[in-house]
Design a protein. Structure first.
Length: 681
């Protein structure tokens, strides 16, 4: 055993869940399904799989135990931690699988994976037969994948896996009744240990600029509150980075009076793992200073962790005494009438606010600063609405079909989505060609669902052979599957924009991404980092893109749909670009907009007015444009766009562009003339 092992063992034994170990094992023997709740940090995610393993449910290594997580970061972090606890190498007995990354092997007995990955596994093996115990963790988050897994597992438990599958549903201390009822009154065990009281502070008056509020509160805590680390909830990467920087300078400024050492640590999903690990590092030491009157005073060292929702329940950080909660998170919002889905900064639910608060009371009594009024709190939704009820179901629908779920309307959902939402999703997939008239998977539908991608992206890949541009589309899809590659540091925006100009294609963000990748690819391995720095390109994004591209390439080749494209850019660049753009239309013909004036467009399918995103490469605003994403902020934007010819739309998707469906005068007459041209051609 490593030196570390015994140290860790000691901490493990102090976890609240340890007291419930025997209870749990007994319940496991006697029941097929168990609902387990416990406050964040009780030890559910790290300990339960180990208890199950110790109790012999891998049947001598014949079966695996898996534990789902809604977030990639959590799967990776927890698997790493458990491999340390068990003193084994990550990827051997303990492993993880997340999209585009598999760190497991045939020996793996405990596997952490995203709920989305378990769904993918269910598409290949409908019975999930390699697992003896399946743990659905963070069930209260009610992600789409988790909700669909519920239905699927319920079906398995009463049909093909009646005798040899156990299911454990784990969640924060809410909603257990709902889960119990759904699973035929399964027993419930709560493993929360001691919880300390947390004082809640509200604002007297609402505050508009919550980032400033966060900074003000943080400085006050650091200057006047006793020892304890601070956890701050913000909504996304940019906001967090911005806040880190501002807080840093504000604290430095206040150094004219002496203050304790501090460490500011960002925590969000796109951060590399070694950066995330910093959240678990020890707090800076206290300092003792002598005041003018000769008295000694302790200046407390403090960690400030500024995190997205990942710190709400998925990741446990010890030693948090103060929580600052502005009351917002980024949530997926889908409007089935308008058919647009977007990530929106939205108010959290009361349940969520209480989870956040709870993070302050794990090791001693704490304080929670809510940057909103008590009245606002009372007006929040009680629970977060399940994702399934507010998402575009298009992408999951084909997958459900492939999992052997025959009737999507009659499926036993924990909370059934509206018929409207389901019908829209069926329709989208039908237009795309994945489902036939009767709602059955077509050959194309099977192919599409082989890719861990949105159906539109998958279809583009599948069609790329016809357009002789497999390699280019592989690259574009890989780049679209990673976070933004362009870096724009606050202080060096001008240089960053200058560096970027070289890659820009004035008619297409997609081609701009292709240009970045193609040049990156030609750079020698040991100079890639340097190149990224010089060009203000995110190194990690590029690294990821290479990796993702490789995997997509393998799938494409396995389906026998890959053909190397021998495109000679020096000879006929415009022809090649034409083919690429047409291929984009194959996937994204439902995401197009028609020009009103300058940057202002009208989304074809829902008549919504939008602007081309300010950071776009597009400089010539043509009549028709295709977009990858719809972004809703204070204004409506379309992001990652390519100018296209209207003619391609009626050629490639004549059924979708039947004029009778479009009531808007401008779009309708434009389409009519395109149809006439098509006929005469
Ligand atoms: P729960 O799932 O009930 O929220 P976990 O099993 O995730 O609880 O965490 C239990 C404890 O394990 C935490 O309180 C923390 O001390 C420790 N822990 C978990 N992950 C890590 C990590 N990556 N590094 C260090 N400690 C960790
Ligand atoms: Mg957990």
């Amino acid at each position: 055993f490593s030196k570390n092992y015994f140290e860790i063992l000691e901490t493990r034994e102090q976890l609240p869940i340890t007291a419930q170990k025997e209870n749990f094992v007994k319940l496991l023997e006697e029941n097929q399904v168990i609902i387990l709740t416990g406050e964040t940090g009780s030890g559910k995610t790290t300990q339960i799989p180990q208890y199950i393993l110790e109790a012999g449910y891998s049947y001598g290594g014949k079966y695996r135990i898996c534990c789902t997580q809604p977030r990639r970061v959590a799967a990776l972090s927890v698997a790493t931690r458990v491999s340390e606890e068990m003193d084994v190498e990550l990827g051997s007995e303990v492993g993880y699988t997340i999209r585009f990354e598999d760190k497991s092997s045939p020996e793996t007995l405990v596997k952490y994976l995203t709920d989305g990955m378990l769904l993918r596994e269910a598409m290949i093996d409908n019975n999930l037969s390699q697992y003896s115990v399946i743990i659905i963790d963070e069930a209260h988050e009610r992600t789409i994948s988790t909700d669909i897994l519920f239905g699927l597992l319920k079906q398995l438990l009463t049909t093909t896996r009646k005798d040899d599958l156990k299911v454990i549903v784990m969640s924060a201390t809410i909603e257990h009744k709902l889960f119990q009822e759904y699973f035929n009154n399964a027993p419930h065990l709560d493993v929360t240990g001691r919880v300390y009281p947390v004082d809640i502070f509200y604002l007297e008056e609402g505050e508009n600029d919550y980032v400033s509020g966060v900074i003000k509160t943080s400085v006050e805590i650091h200057l006047s509150e006793p020892k304890g680390d601070v956890l701050i909830f913000l909504t996304g990467q940019e906001e967090i980075e911005d806040c880190c920087e501002r807080l840093y300078w504000r604290l430095c400024d206040s150094k004219s009076s002496e203050i304790g050492e501090f460490e500011i640590i960002p925590l969000y999903a796109a951060l590399p793992y070694y950066e995330q690990k910093k959240a678990f590092m020890p707090t800076p030491d206290d300092k003792i200073t002598t005041l003018q009157n000769g008295e000694k005073k302790t200046l407390y060292g403090r960690k400030f962790i500024i995190a997205t929702n990942i710190a709400e329940t998925s990741l446990t950080i010890q030693g948090i005494v103060y929580v600052i909660d502005p009351g917002f998170s980024k949530q997926k919002v889908f409007d089935p009438k308008k058919r647009v889905e977007s990530l929106l900064v939205s108010p959290i639910s009361r349940a969520s606010a209480n989870q956040r608060k709870g993070r302050a009371g794990r090791t001693q009594s704490g304080k929670c600063f809510r940057l909103y009024t008590k009245k606002t709190f009372e007006q929040l939704e009680r629970q977060t609405i399940p994702e399934l009820l507010r998402s575009n179901l298009g992408p999951v629908l084909l997958n459900m079909k492939k999992m052997g779920i025959i009737n999507l309307l009659m499926f036993d959902y924990l909370s059934p989505p509206s018929i409207d939402l389901l019908v829209r999703a069926l329709e989208t997939n039908h237009y795309l060609g994945g489902l036939d008239e009767d709602g059955e998977l077509t050959e194309l539908g099977h192919q599409i669902s082989s890719f861990p991608l949105d159906p539109q992206l998958a279809k583009m890949l599948i069609k790329s052979q016809q357009y002789d541009c497999c390699d280019e589309i592989l690259t574009i899809v890989a780049m679209l599957s990673t976070p933004n590659c362009f870096i724009r540091p606050r202080k060096r925006r001008k240089q960053a924009d200058q560096a970027r100009a070289r890659f820009i294609d004035c008619n297409s963000d997609h081609l701009t991404l292709l240009n970045v990748y193609n040049e990156y690819f030609t750079i020698q391995k040991n100079q890639k980092n340097q190149w990224c720095k010089q060009n203000f390109i995110n190194n990690r994004t590029m690294y990821q893109a290479v990796n993702i591209r490789k995997q997509l390439f393998n799938i494409l080749r396995r389906l026998d749909l890959y053909r190397k494209s021998y495109n000679d850019y020096s000879k006929n660049q415009s022809l090649i670009e034409l083919k690429i753009k047409k291929c984009l239309v194959e996937g994204f013909f439902m995401q197009t907009a028609y020009k009103l004036k300058r940057k202002k467009y009208l989304i074809v399918r829902d008549k919504q007015q939008v602007l081309v995103y300010p950071g776009s490469s597009i400089q010539f605003f043509r009549d028709w444009i295709l977009f990858h994403e719809f972004v809703l902020t204070e204004r409506n934007y379309i992001r990652t766009c390519t100018s296209i010819e209207g003619q391609w739309l009626v050629d490639i998707a004549p059924h979708y562009y039947e004029t009778s469906k479009f009531s808007n005068g401008r779009v309708k007459s434009a389409l009519e003339s395109l149809h006439r041209q098509r006929k005469s051609a």
